[in-house]
Write a protein that binds this ligand. Sequence first.
Ligand code: F6R
Length: 611
Amino acid sequence: MCGIVGYTGPRQAYPVVVKGLKRLEYRGYDSAGVALVNGDLKVFKKKGKVADLEENNVGKDLNGHIGIGHTRWATHGEPSDRNAHPHQSQSGELAMIHNGIIENYAQIKQELLSKGYTFKSDTDTEVLLNFIDDIKKNNNCSVEEALRIALKRVVGAYCILLISKDDPETIIAARKGSPLVIGIGKGEHFLASDASPIIEYTKEVVYVNDYEIAIVRPDELILKNLGNEKQTPYITKLDMELAKIEKGGYEHFMLKEIHEQPETIHDCLRGRLQVETGEIKMGGIQNHIDALVNADRILMVACGTSWHAGLIAEYVFEELCRIPVEVEYASEFRYRNPVVKKGDVIIAISQSGETADTLVALEKAKEQGAFIFGVVNVVGSSIARISHAGAYTHAGPEIGVASTKAFTGQLAVLMMMALKIGYAKGTISKERYLHLMNELDAVPDKVKQILADTSNIERIANKYKDATDALFLGRGYNFPVALEGALKLKEISYIHAEGYPAAEMKHGPIALVDENLPVVFVATKDSYYEKIISNVQEIKARKGRVVAVASEGDNVITTMSEDVMFVPECDEVIAPLLSTIPLQLLSYYVGVAKGYNVDMPRNLAKSVTVE
Ligand code: F6R
C-alpha cells in the first residue's frame, strides 16, 4: 500500500512521475503528491486521486529533472492535503515519501518536540524526515550518512525516497519490508514500488533488498547495506508487457481481468500440465518432492482472497494427498506462538508477494525450521524471494484492487501441486489422477463459455443491487467459494455480505432470512448436492430470495430459485475454478450499477504492506 515513484535523468520528471503514480494508484488513492528540484525544492500535493493533483497543478511551474511522487493509503493521519506526501523537513532542505509504518515514531517525535521542532502533519513520515535532518545538522554529515544513522533507530517497515534542495541529481532510497524496484535506463534511473511505472522505459531492473540504501543518480546506482558496505546490484530482465497493464478497451481493470481468466489459467497450466504424457512438470515441486510427500502437516498462510484459495486447497490436499492441512490467517499466525516444526511445509499464497503479515509470518516459520513454498503472482516479489521453493501463478499484473484472475491462478497452481504430490505419494489412483488432469485442462474453455454471455448475471446484479445484506452459502469445495463471493460483494458494492457453510446457517444466520434477503447458493453438481438442495428448501420455506450458481442442465434448482447463474459441469475438485467466476461478475455488475469505482473501492488498497 502506498505507491512511490522517482525519476532522475534528462527528461522532465513531473510527467514521468505522475504517469507512474497512475499505474500505482491501486496501492492507495487517499492523496497524491510530487516533489521536484529545480533551483528550489518544490512540493505539490492534494487530497484525492492523482487526477485531482494534476488538475490542481495546471498552470504551475513543474520543471525539473529529478522528482519523487507518492499515492497514499492513509495509516497515520486522515486523508488530507497536509497529510499527503511528499513531506518537507522543517529546514525546507529535504523532501521525502514513504510507504510503510514507523512504529516508534511517537517516541522520536517527542524527542524532536523537546528540541523545538513543530510538525505540519500527523504522519510518522514527517517525524522520520525531521529526525534525519536533525542528525544531519548535529553530526555535520551527508544526507546519506544521516539516513543510515536514523534507520538504525527505526522500528517498522519502510520504503523511502529522499531528495534534497542542494542536490539536483540524487535520489536516496532505502527499504525494509516495503518493495522497491529501480529501473536502469541510459543515463537515467526510475524508482517505483513495482515495475509497472518503469516498464515503458526499460526492462532492466534491480530489486532492492531489505536493509539496503540506494544512491541513485542519472548515470550511477550505488547500493549499500546499513553498515555502509557496497553491494553488487543484481540486474533482472522484466518479463512484463505494457499492454498487460492497460485497460485494453474494457471499462474497468476488474472486468478486463475477469475476462482474461481463460488465458491466464491457460498460461498457468501451460508447460506444466502435460495431459498427453500424464506428467505435471513443476520444478519447485520436483526438486523438493521428498519434503512435500513426507510432510507431517501443511500450513497454508495467507490473507483475504488468497486465504480463501488456501481453504479450497485444504479440501483438495486432504482429499488427494492425505496430508493434514491447516489454513492460517497470516496476521494471526505471526503474533501467536504457533507450533511449527521441522517436517512442516508452509505454503504461502499471495498475489502481490508483498503482504506484510504474510511476509513476517513466513520469516517466523522459516526461523523455526519449516520448509516454505511460495505460490505467488508477482515475479521477484519479497515472498517469492524468501521462499525455499515455489511456483508462480503467471496471471500477469493484476491492477483491479479486488483479486480475480490471481485467485483462479492460485487455485490452478494449488490443484496441480496436490495432484503431483498425491500421485507421487500414491494416495490417488492413476485413473483419478489422469481424469483430474483432463478436467483441469478443460477449465480455460469452460471459463470462456461462462464469459461468452454475461447478460444474465448483469440482469441479476441490477435486480438485487439495492439489497442491504446478502448471504452466500456453499458446501465442501464450494464453501470457500461462498466466502470469496461474499468478500467480493462487500469490497466492490459495500453491501454487507456473509459467507457460511450452507449447513451451518441453521445455527444462527438463518435468523436473518426474510423476504428481502438474497441468499446466494453455490450449488454445483457434486457429492454434497442433495444436502445443499435441502438447505435451499430451508431458506425458501422462510421466504428468502434464492439465487443459485448451478451446473448447466440442472432443472431441479431452477424450480427453487428466483435466479440461476449456470456453469459447465466438472469434477467437484475442480469446481471452484468455475463457480467463482459468476460471483466475480455479480459483484462487479452490482458495484457498477451502484455507480462505485470498482477498480478502487473505498478504504482499500492492493498490496497491503502495512500490518
Ligand atoms: C480481495 C483482495 C485481498 C487480498 C489480500 C492478500 O479481493 O484482493 O483480500 O487477497 O490483501 O493479498 P496478497 O494476495 O497480495 O497477499
